[in-house]
Design a protein around this ligand. Structure first.
Ligand code: NAP
Length: 275
């Protein structure tokens, strides 16, 4: 309890899934919370993004833990929306201690590298890689000025391994690992830490409205149950990761318990990437 007390934690993509789990975990640990989400569908992304109601649910649930919450709709592909969001956060809280770059998309996918259009390639890079870069661009000066901060990039085991028919996603997440390492070096002397979390397959969880496993199954043209079986067979521990497992790692990286940890990519994958 209270491992994030007096800290302001900003989470992108907090309407559902891992982002929502991170917001609830940070609220439980005493943080002031900023939650953001895109609230509309994105051209070239072949599935529905979440509704404003989902971000409102995250807001209400965080408040129920006693947290102060600021909810903002912002698209991580739009630097002007990020800039307006950061201004609003500074007006309200005056600081940002932890940034969780969680917003991400899992598709377009499901075909060989050469079969993708340039638009499909670009949308994955734009959201998954350039999105965290834009957030760091706007938040790092604030953390440097504070002489403290923790930036947590939600990458993936797809940032460490190849996945057949997921080239844009895999390339974007490998990029996130590179972004993490270089930014960690850039800010090490400013006491601003930058780390990545690499979740393996995370089952969709009704409590946090996750839907990424369904996105993967739909992309490959198979049933959700089949994808879940494939995931179960692939994890050494015989049980897949939950959004809360990822949130627990994010709380640790955001807290002062990890003060000497920077530039690392921590797998939370139930042994998926051991071999
Ligand atoms: P999710 O349920 O689809 O949640 C993704 C969140 O990102 C949603 O809230 C979505 O907004 C938001 N988002 C998407 N594009 C955005 C944009 N342009 N601007 C702002 N927000 C945007 O997926 P998830 O499974 O929780 O994934 C969260 C992160 O974990 C992603 O980076 C993903 O790559 C990574 N990850 C997931 C898994 C997995 O198996 N689930 C495994 C490894 C890594 P809306 O709420 O409007 O839809």
């Amino acid at each position: 309890m209270n491992r994030l007390k007096n800290k302001v934690v900003l989470i992108t993509g907090a309407g559902r899934g891992i982002g929502r789990a991170c917001a609830l975990a940070a609220a439980k640990e005493g943080a002031d919370i900023v939650i953001s989400d895109v609230e509309k569908n994105i051209e070239d992304v072949p599935y529905d993004l979440s509704s404003s109601l989902q971000l409102e649910k995250t807001e209400t649930d965080c408040r129920n833990f006693g947290a102060s919450v600021l909810k903002i709709f912002a698209d991580v592909t739009k630097i002007e929306e990020i800039s307006a969001m950061i201004q609003e956060v500074m007006d309200r809280f005056g600081r940002i201690d932890v940034l969780i770059n969680n917003a991400g998309i899992g598709a377009p996918a499901g075909k060989a590298t050469h079969e993708h259009t340039e638009k499909e390639w670009k949308v994955l890079i734009n959201v998954n890689l350039s999105g965290p870069w834009r957030m760091i661009k706007m938040v790092a000066p604030i953390m440097i000025n504070q002489n403290c901060g923790s930036i947590i990039n939600i990458a993936s085991t797809a940032g460490l391994l190849g996945y057949k028919h997921f080239v844009g996603y895999v390339a974007s997440k490998h990029g996130v690992i590179g972004l993490t390492k270089s930014a960690a070096l850039d800010y090490a002397l400013n006491n601003v830490r930058v780390n990545a979390i690499c979740p393996g397959p995370v089952f969709d969880d009704e409590d946090v409205d996750g839907s990424m496993t369904k996105v993967v199954a739909d992309s490959l043209g198979i049933q959700l149950g089949e994808q879940e079986e494939i995931d179960l067979q692939s994890v050494a521990m015989g049980t897949v990761v939950s959004p809360n497992d990822v949130a627990d790692a994010a709380v640790w990286l955001g807290s002062d318990e990890s003060l000497r940890v920077t530039g690392s990519s921590i797998t939370v994958d139930a042994g998926y990437s051991i071999k």
